[in-house]
Write a protein that binds this ligand. Structure first.
Ligand code: CFM
Length: 474
């Protein structure tokens, strides 16, 4: 039976439809785990909320913009400093967070005045900043505030500011995925086409879904600069608010994260007839394919080959060194969704590793189609996995490393299994040729760290229930 019920899910048997083990000769037309539906009550989900998907993932990356969170201060605090997306604007976007700080009395009397006060105060504190994102949260959406009306008033009053409102209360949708969607569609509707860019090249693109995690965007930008391609906007990554208003002027949309930003690429196609090209910007071999595809679109094949041979010469040897030491190592990928299909085959082809279990928090059916198509036979594929299931997976497989977030990562570390931050990275960037080497280096350092054998010598560990769960004998 390819759909699998974990023992820990005995009292929530519906979970069986979310866990799949691929068997020989099967394809996704026969079995596909359910995904992008409500979390089953009783399952301790790892998902985020809609607001988080909008703010933490997409909007918060923009480098010249106040991020005003309309709600209790915790919503702002909890999405601050948990992701690392630098910028060349002195990291303005990482330093600060703003909140309208709503309290009980605002629930009763309305929080619009409070929002207005907070927005004006924020613009006053940062007089050089003239752009703002305003996000709704569960609380302020439930009481029926109208932040758009407030923002239009302020725009008129102040005259020189531009504010974008994202209606993304946490409870909307089933995961952070809904927040991505809201921001994509809202930005397209309200802001794209409201400004004209300065065109400096015949070849113009938008890079969609890169996010500059630990400098990913810089790596891609370097390759594109060398090819003579102008990037109108990175949606999003080291980008200004106004650059994003000019997205309608690109001749091509190059999409990496199709999950969080495929919507805006589709809208740009529908409204402005800009073609969409999906690429993988992680993985040594995949990046070659990506650059060749972009090169072929503009007739810049030679330029693409130049960049490729220059970069390959620099990094091929290093990658080979790590491959020698990483081949045959078994790993798990437990992240949001797209990184499963971006990474599984890349790690197997580039480094000879074997991906034995994958869990996606919020991937949709199309993500599972891609990941199962690219994944191995015998691998476990989980939608919206919970902690107990993770422990059960670890009992049934051998794994040398897990690519996941710090929350699950710190748990598995206690089982003496190394983890690499699959969301914000350990020491990135991970995109591009150099990124593939960085990722291999981090995985090598994690797996081969002498810490693991020393940790096994700690006598206190022997009695720990976690230790027996790990099935290891010190
Ligand atoms: Fe796209 Fe992302 Fe991801 Fe994502 Fe995320 Fe992310 Fe992710 Mo963490 S936009 S879907 S909502 S690639 S934050 S930068 S790492 S879960 S797989």
């Amino acid at each position: 039976m390819p759909l699998k019920l974990f023992c820990c899910d005995e009292c929530i048997p519906e979970r069986q439809n979310h866990v799949y083990v691929k068997e020989e000769g099967e394809d996704t037309t026969q079995f596909l785990p359910l995904s992008n539906i409500e979390t089953i009550p009783g399952s301790l989900s790892e998902r985020g909320c809609s607001y988080c998907g909008a703010k933490l993932v997409i909007g918060g990356v923009i480098k010249d913009c106040i991020q005003m969170i309309h709600g209790p201060v915790g919503c702002a605090y909890d999405t601050w400093h948990t992701k690392r997306y630098p910028s060349d604007n002195d990291n303005f976007q990482l330093k600060y967070i703003w909140s309208s700080d709503t309290k009980e009395k605002h629930i009763i009397f309305g929080a619009e005045k409070q929002l207005k006060k907070a927005i004006k105060e924020a613009f006053k504190e940062f007089p050089e900043i003239k752009r703002m994102f305003v996000y709704t949260t569960c609380t302020t959406a439930l009481i029926g505030d109208n932040p758009k009306a407030v923002c239009r008033e302020i725009e008129e009053e102040l005259g020189d500011v531009d504010i974008f409102v994202v209606e993304c209360p946490g409870f909307a949708g089933v995961s952070q995925s809904k927040g991505h969607h809201e921001l994509n569609i809202g930005w397209m509707r309200d802001k794209v086409g409201t400004l004209e860019p300065e065109i400096t090249s015949k070849y113009t693109i938008n890079v969609i879904g890169d996010y500059n995690i630990q400098g990913d965007t810089y790596v891609l930008q370097k390759y594109l600069d060398k090819m003579g391609i102008q990037v109108i906007a990175h949606f999003t990554g080291n980008v200004t608010y106004d650059q994003l208003r000019c997205m309608h002027r690109a001749k091509l949309n190059v999409v990496n994260c199709a999950r969080s930003a495929g919507y805006i690429a589709n809208e740009l196609k529908r409204v402005y007839d800009i073609p969409r090209m999906d690429v993988d910007t992680w993985g040594f071999e995949y990046v070659k394919v990506a650059l060749r595809k972009i090169g072929a679109f503009f007739g810049l094949e030679d330029k693409a080959e130049e960049v490729i041979s220059e970069e390959v010469a620099k990094y091929e040897g290093k990658l080979a060194w790590y491959k020698e030491r990483l081949k045959g190592k078994q790993i798990c990928i437990w992240t949001g969704g797209p990184r499963l299909w971006h990474w599984t085959k890349a790690l197997e082809d580039d480094l000879g590793m074997e991906v034995v279990a994958m869990s996606s928090k919020f991937g949709h059916q199309e993500d599972f189609e891609k990941v199962i198509a690219r994944g191995r036979v015998g691998t476990i594929y989980i939608d919206d996995g919970n902690e107990l299931e993770f422990f059960e997976v670890l009992e049934s497989i051998h794994t040398d490393l897990i690519l996941t977030g710090p929350r699950v990562g710190d748990l598995v570390k206690k089982l003496h299994i190394p983890y690499i931050n699959g969301h914000a990275y350990h020491n990135g960037p991970y995109m591009g040729f150099e990124g593939a080497v960085n990722m291999a280096r981090d995985m090598y350092n994690a797996i081969y760290s002498p810490m693991w054998s020393l940790a096994g010598k700690d006598p206190r560990v022997v009695d720990s229930p976690m230790w027996s769960l790990a099935g290891k004998d010190p």
